[in-house]
Design a protein around this ligand. Structure first.
Ligand code: AMP
Ligand code: ZN
Length: 112
């Protein structure tokens, strides 16, 4: 499949890896909007949040464990945010589900 994040997780395209295990890959966002901006993805291709099912949701809960571990390892005591954009109105641009881990500055809540 011609999917950017599948290729990144397989090492076929470059990325700055911050974490990897059997099912999950995490790397630095190429266009960061905060001092810490990491993308956490399942290695398995799932297009978007509404495609999560009872069969594939195990890796999604594991992604949140990884987010908690990364936040601890990076010492993000002031807090952090995990967000997944789903579909056009939310601004999803890459259709391989991903979770943005954002931190390092005060994050606003209002969406433009
Ligand atoms: P979204 O808009 O929620 O779909 O997020 C896609 C994210 O992927 C954006 O924050 C992009 O900056 C990021 N991105 C796109 N291509 C790459 C890449 N090759 N390496 C790292 N991050 C990327
Ligand atoms: Zn993919």
């Amino acid at each position: 499949m011609d999917c950017l994040f599948c290729k990144i997780s397989r090492g076929e395209l470059p990325s700055i890896k911050v974490y990897e295990d059997d099912t999950v890959y995490a790397f630095k966002d190429i266009n960061p909007i905060a001092p810490v901006h990491i993308l956490i993805i399942p290695k398995e291709h799932i297009s978007k949040l509404e495609d999560i099912t009872p069969e594939n949701s195990g890796v999604i809960s594991h992604i949140f464990e990884v987010a908690a571990k990364l936040a601890k390892d990076m010492g993000l005591e002031n807090g952090f945010r995990v967000v997944s954009n789903c579909g056009e109105d939310a601004g999803q641009t890459v259709f391989h589900i991903h979770f943005h881990l954002l931190a390092g500055r005060k994050l606003g809540w209002e969406c433009q």
